[in-house]
Ligand binder design. Sequence first.
Ligand code: AMP
Length: 405
Amino acid sequence: MQTVDHISFAGKKALIRVDFNVPLDKKTFEITDDARIRATIPTLKKILADGGSCILMSHLGRPLKKLKEDGTVDYEKHTLKHTVKRTSELLGVQVKFAGDCIGAEAAQMTVNLKSGEVLLLENLRFYKEEEKGDISFAQKLAVYGDVYVNDAFGTAHRAHASTAIIAQFFPKAKCFGYVMAREIENAEKVMKNAARPFTAITGGAKVSDKLLILENLLERVDNLIIGGGMAYTFLKAMGYEIGSSLCEDDRLDLCIQLMKKAEAKGVRLLLPQDSVVADAFSNEANHKVCDNKMIEKGWMGLDIGPEAIAANDEVIKNSKTILWNGPMGVFEMSHYEAGTKAAAIAVAEATEKGAFSLIGGGDSAAAVAKFGFEKKVSYVSTGGGALLEYFEGKELPGIKAINQE
Ligand code: AMP
């Protein structure tokens, strides 16, 4: 894998796709979580330390999809100018800003850029060509730099102009930044080189969102734990009464096929034997533990129950590789958090015993953070949709564009 470590940037202009898509306060436009900017600082510091300069490209929200009521672009909500101050502080270098990502001003600023300097270009998504993957837009950006660096894993599953298309203009001078490299390395450790036993824990709301992942995982894992709202569609497919639990009736056949596939592959599939059920989707609702064979009418499963926790624990603690995607219940509400919390504890214990654990894609990362286990697992991915597509077995355009000759 070609990374910034394999290139000397002395006297070179690095054109870097970063992910500065940070949350902003609605009124003051202050950054409320700078984790994404912070993550890319080591990549930028390496380039500057070599004697290179950095031209940063990013998106922030979706300005052309989220227009104001009068149909115009909401500039204040989408300008990357709000990230200049924080980036400068973190980097210890005053970052320059080009108010348009293409055009004469940006071109001139890139030409004038000296070693040790950093220039941030305005939001790429002010142009529809970015998300369309327009080649001439990509080419306009490409002329700014000598080397193309992709460090935006969050958009690696998109074939946009700045994330994939642009790479063809740098056939001998393209690489991954440290954020991308670490994400790829950890995802590969799980999907390509997993030590056994390999257990995947999947949960969250819907089966339909996770079907491709489940199918792909069945080819690789020894154990597949299914919890959260998606478990009830499986339980219904098995002929159980699930009350008013979440269910996707159009996926019952698919659940049966997945269960058959697991059996044929010798994968141990763990569905919860019991649940914490409630008479409404609320933390204030009446709730009790109930066997999953018979959930009464008017009650819904909002967490896995104590028997399910015990069964999962045993499997998780004996695993050497663990992939966790999706909470075991409605962990945002205190009465239904036990199943997710127990899974976090079991994953932490297994990790302490030497297992490799990767958490990511959606709410499982939020759950692990909520219970304070971020440092007790091997890796929490920032990838979201990109990681999910990787788990589905897809080749991500942002990765392919750097890897191909
Ligand atoms: P996902 O984004 O698919 O990982 O889904 C995460 C969401 O699923 C969280 O907000 C959970 O509250 C929700 N969830 C988990 N278990 C259940 C359940 N049994 N019933 C309803 N929602 C659930």
